[in-house]
Design a protein. Structure first.
Length: 143
């Protein structure tokens, strides 16, 4: 399966709300969601919180916050989410994801029918990734 655009990883509990305005450029292109995003921590879905700016970039946007983030859950919780574009034609962009724990696959799948997923947070992360992907593709084409 060809991979057209891959990303790093983000925290699986990070809810991306809006891209930061200064996130364009090669230094941010390989960030997990295709750029730096502002958002909320949803470790506790009933009590989301706004991370401080340092944690937002270093932990939320980059994942693998176990042992560094006070809100990170214990136990067998996943550490990160990775996305990749596997197909991009005129009609459809297909995205696959891998949820990781300790740098190993924890769960994986494809976004062919996001409504069928039981994780609205994973869907929002994929939508943020797709938005960044499309923005970067448009910038690269000079449009």
């Amino acid at each position: 399966m060809p991979c057209y655009h891959t990303s790093g990883v983000s925290c699986p509990y990070f809810d991306p709300v809006a891209p930061q305005a200064h996130d364009s450029g090669p230094e941010t292109a390989r960030l997990p969601l295709g750029g730096v995003w502002d958002g909320l921590c949803r470790v506790d879905p009933d009590h989301p919180c706004q991370p401080d700016p340092a944690a937002l970039l270093r932990l939320c946007n980059l994942g693998y916050a176990r042992g560094e983030c006070a809100r990170f859950p214990g136990g067998d919780a996943p550490d990160a989410v990775r996305f990749a574009v596997t197909a991009d034609d005129a009609a459809t962009v297909r995205i696959c994801y891998v949820i990781e724990r300790d740098h190993h696959p924890f769960a994986h799948g494809r976004f062919e029918n996001p409504a069928a997923l039981d994780s609205p947070l994973l869907v929002r992360q994929a939508q943020a990734y797709l938005e960044s992907y499309r923005r970067r593709k448009k910038e690269a084409s000079g449009v």
